[in-house]
Design a protein around this ligand. Structure first.
Ligand code: FES
Length: 257
């Protein structure tokens, strides 16, 4: 079989760093077919750029020794990949069956009201992008949302208000690195808080040793809130740091009426 020609093969990378190209190559070597490594490679790109650009996806394809088509096809299938600039927080509210039956509508309306933004849009200060998504696979905790890919379950309008208040209280705009903040002022990129620090190894599941990098303790942060959980300090959630313990989740029956 003659390998497909990869456009740009042999050219230097201008978006991905040398370490990131190396990491993608390492992921590639774990599989007989480079297509199997497209998803984690796209995560690396998104954490580099904040969104997926056409040039970036071409570099991912080149690093995987694939034509760009399969990479773009995978990227466009999943809602967790972004092609447009987004806010510092990406709030994805599930409105599929279980969540809708358990009150996703009032929660979504609360998020719109508190964030002062319509679903599908980004707040004027780039704090948050509010999206309506299909089932997140957390139906047992419906209504559920993800904020920067971290789950928040059994949401109520009150909990949604707290979530937004915590985002505002974090003062994240001031924490955005100067280069990204400058880009944001022009309406460009805002990397996710779980972004650059997690680009290569830390939050990607180690496929050769699943679970090995998932359970480090999340250090308590100054905000002591959703913000700490989302930032995660480069690791995924520890069961002992589940949002339920911070009051964002748990049985709705315990909620004060
Ligand atoms: S229906 Fe909302 S998580 Fe499944």
């Amino acid at each position: 079989v003659t390998p497909l020609e990869t456009p740009g093969a042999g050219r230097p990378y201008s978006i991905l760093s040398e370490a990131e190209v190396g990491r993608i190559g390492e992921l590639r070597r774990r599989y007989p077919n480079g297509r199997s490594a497209v998803l984690p490679a796209l995560w690396i790109l998104q954490r580099r750029q904040g969104i997926l650009t056409a040039d970036g996806m071409r570099e991912v394809a080149r690093a995987l020794d694939l034509p760009p088509g399969p990479v773009e096809a995978v990227a466009s299938f999943y809602s967790m990949f972004f092609f447009k600039p987004h806010g510092r927080y990406v709030v994805e509210m599930c409105t599929s069956m279980s969540c809708m039956l358990n009150g996703a509508g009032p929660v979504l309306r609360t998020l719109e009201r508190e964030l002062e933004v319509r679903t599908g849009a980004t707040t004027d200060d780039n704090l948050a992008t509010l999206l309506e998504v299909e089932c997140l696979g957390a139906c047992g905790g419906a209504p559920a949302a993800q904020v920067n890919h971290h789950f928040f379950e059994n949401l109520t309008p009150e909990r949604a208000s707290r979530l937004v208040a915590d985002m505002r209280a974090d003062g994240l705009i001031g924490e955005i690195p100067p280069a990204a903040a400058a880009a944001g002022a022009d309406g460009h990129l805002h990397p996710l808080p779980t972004g650059a620090e997690a680009a290569a190894e830390t939050t990607l599941v180690d496929l050769a040793n699943p679970g090995a990098n998932r359970l480090e303790t999340v250090p308590a942060g100054p905000a002591g809130s959703v913000v700490d959980l989302i930032k995660g300090h480069g690791v995924l959630l520890n069961p002992s740091e589940h949002p339920a313990e911070r009051g964002y989740s748990g049985a709705p029956a315990t909620e004060a009426q």
